[in-house]
Design a protein around this ligand. Sequence first.
Ligand code: AMP
Length: 170
Amino acid sequence: MQIKKYIRDIQGFPKKEILFKDITPLLNDPIARKETVFILAESLKGQKIDKVVGAESRGFFFGILLAQELNAGFVPVRKPNKLPYDTISASYELEYGTDSLEMHTDAIKKGDRVLIHDDVLATGGTAKAVCELVERLGGEIVQCNFLMELSFLNGREKISRYPIFSALTY
Ligand code: AMP
């Protein structure tokens, strides 16, 4: 199955210079969606995962499906002031300025084996901040896993300490 044909390119969203990778056609097709979960899960080669951590917001879709497939917990990492309980936060650089991400303090236990998931690996800033949150709570990062990687942005350099898997590369 060609998953790539379920990713729609939208030129100029949300800003003029961006070629946005729209995953909604993939979400909308049950067979392609199932195949995608299978490919992402299979990349772990049977390694045990305690928690899947998904980055807001498009990392939630396949993150939760993966957690279900792997029989693991699911942890949402969110933009500031969205999570109701005690949080830790990590900031990362944007093109202009910085932003931050938060996670609940009780989401990861020391020694938990963690899979980090997001839809797109672009500059790697988001993934690096998520890794930092997981490690501050004592989690062990087994893999950073993405639907797709925009390889020309060299995001994997920022998270080169960890195993990386991308189902699709552009
Ligand atoms: P980065 O921190 O630069 O690696 O950006 C990753 C985050 O931004 C992910 O959560 C993606 O959802 C989003 N993102 C970045 N670039 C794109 C793109 N071209 N199309 C869709 N989403 C993107």
